[in-house]
Design a protein around this ligand. Sequence first.
Ligand SMILES: *Cc1c(COP(=O)(O)O)cnc(C)c1O
Length: 389
Amino acid sequence: MSFRESISNQKQQRHESGLLRELQTVASGQGVVLKRGGRELINFSSNDYLGLASSDELKTVAREGIQQWGVGAGASHLVCGHQTPHELLQHEIAEFVDAEKAIVFSTGYMANLAVPNAFLSRHDLLLQDKLNHASLIDAGLLCRADTARYRHLDVDHARQLANCASQPQVMVATDGVFSMNGNVADVKQLAELCDREDRLLLVDDAHGFGVLGDNGAGTLSQAGIRPAGQNLMIGTLSKAAGSFGAFVAGDAILVDHLIQEARPFIYTTALPPAIVEASREAVRMMQRQTWRREKLARNVELFRDLSAERNIELLPSQTPIQSILFESPTDATDASRTLADAGFLVIAIRPPTVPKGTSRLRITLSALHEPEMIERLTNLLARLGSDRS
Ligand SMILES: *Cc1c(COP(=O)(O)O)cnc(C)c1O
């Protein structure tokens, strides 16, 4: 069989098992209403939890940023791309999440690839939650260290694996909020298990930053701990912050080590300075406009209450990520299509993004959803359920 035939067979197989991924073009800016396929859809699939991506404030700051700084950063951080906006953003993030220091990365994916690799060498151990985000799993593949995965959320299993490790350095890595289930890691217990034995804890807080904790400082803040000592925090600026980029925060001695060692930091161009200016404004808005987080929390509660009333079975989650499981990938995509026909965008998530047998509709709430939108969505979801049984 030729190479092309083999690729084409794979496509056919994916298609037959309902697993083919297809790009859908959105013809509008990000928001609770999107345009797709010539139609307006109420959007329940975005990670723009606070509705900042299309806010007038961020647009204005980004426009002014372009006037002042131009478009591209022109070089990597260590050459001449590390500009005043980057430096200021780092200080402002560190202050916000209560860390000694933060550095910015181009994406959360790159930050996740970078951190385990920068701290672990060949004979060390990276321990991670089974349901960690793909970027942390990829970090494990790229890492020279040994890797092992503990059962989802199971701190005892993590402790057991860590305690019988013979490797000199152990890093435990976890999502703060799990991106597909919406449940939250027990970062306090994980931090204790790391602290006692001089292990590192890496918390990927892509979905907690801006949403949980004091002023939205994230999962660590909510658990009453800090990105300090053995704890390192990664946050993305592309989700609740509505902008683009990411950061790693922690003690200066650790964060500075990344500037020496983290290849995804060293060998790539710095973020566009105008986008960094928008991120700075987003960090200020998270702290200033507390109504966004409060309304988001009310929307999550409303969605869960209405779902309970309508016998819609949700995975346990108190965060804006809410999931409904389906028997097969095709059932999930059919449900997603039915919702789209009714004017709602809810994306079906299928393997390999989620484990086999756990295809789902992944619903994300935003501060900009109106109660009436949530009510209509739950009515439709209830009808899907009764059609299924
Ligand atoms: C989205 C996501 C990332 C990647 O962040 P980007 O800035 O979009 O690259 C990392 N971890 C988790 C858990 C995510 O959901």
